[in-house]
Design a protein around this ligand. Structure first.
Ligand code: SF4
Length: 271
């Protein structure tokens, strides 16, 4: 056992597994009849047959914490934020926040466009905003300084440059500067890949926008990482193509006055 090793210093950095708050989850229908045709476990709302393992998780965390050689038990894995916004999660969230977050909680809002989130089978963005509120309130009540690490994806099928700009403006307004973002890459056997190749929603058959050129994919990424000085020229190019240069000033706080003057001149911005 890890706690009995001579080189163990007392901290377990992650007991979360692939998704921390899905530990011990199960489906009552599958247990009874073994088949579910719908498989819409979490969207638009949590299925009543999905039983979360929060009690089992807390029991496990407490048992680990009770081992004398263990000083800290942290969860470094990501959480499904949509399963932390309802009353049934409050005891779990509070205990996780109190004892198991070393300073950062990882969640994946992915995008802020409900259109894109719908194609990903993710909840509405308002659910993420509710989570942020609840998490901050919980942390405040515990007098803990903890932060949210957000994961976003760029150029997912359905996301146009306009939608990427919407996300960038949301992030800039809240001074969120994502370091870790994922460029959508089609991978075998996924719905998103089917969307990428067919440019259609596989369920409705409706046409969807797919960013396929390398340049546009770079611009979408640059929008999300608007605060990186190296991305400013791509942002200017993207804003010009959208005829939206007037919003460039919203990203301005992240760059120096000198850079700003140079880019403004370069883009012939006439604000
Ligand atoms: S949608 Fe409900 S019944 Fe179907 S697999 Fe998910 S939890 Fe089970």
């Amino acid at each position: 056992m890890i706690a009995s090793r001579s080189d163990f210093r007392g901290t377990i950095t992650d007991i979360g597994g692939p998704t921390a708050n899905l530990y011990g989850s199960r489906c009552l229908l599958w247990e009874k009849s073994g088949f579910c045709a719908g498989k819409k476990c979490l969207v638009p709302a949590k299925c009543k047959n999905l039983k979360l393992g929060y009690l089992e998780s807390l029991d496990l965390y407490r048992k680990i914490k009770a081992i004398s050689a263990i000083k800290h038990v942290f969860i470094g894995s990501g959480f499904r934020y949509d399963l932390l916004v309802d009353d049934y999660a409050s005891e779990y969230l509070e205990e996780v926040c109190r004892h198991h977050i070393s300073g950062l909680i990882k969640v994946a809002p992915e995008h802020c466009s409900d259109n894109v989130l719908g194609l990903m089978n993710k909840p509405l963005f308002s659910v993420y905003e509710r989570f942020v509120e609840i998490f901050k309130k919980t942390a405040r009540a515990l007098n803990k300084e903890v932060f949210i690490v957000n994961y976003f994806i760029s150029a997912h099928p359905g996301s146009s440059l306009k939608e990427a700009l919407k996300l960038a403006l949301y992030l800039a307004k809240r001074k969120i500067c994502p370091e870790q973002i994922q460029d959508f890459i089609p991978a075998p056997m996924t719905l998103a890949t089917a969307m990428y190749y067919t440019e259609r929603d596989p369920f409705s058959g409706k046409k969807i926008y797919v960013a396929k050129t390398f340049r546009e994919r770079k611009m979408q990424r640059a929008f999300i990482q608007y605060s990186k000085p190296a991305n400013k020229e791509l942002i200017i190019e993207a804003l010009k193509s959208l005829n939206m240069l007037h919003v460039f000033k919203k990203f301005q706080s992240s760059i120096s006055a000198r850079q700003y003057k140079f880019l403004k001149k370069k883009a012939r911005w006439d604000a």
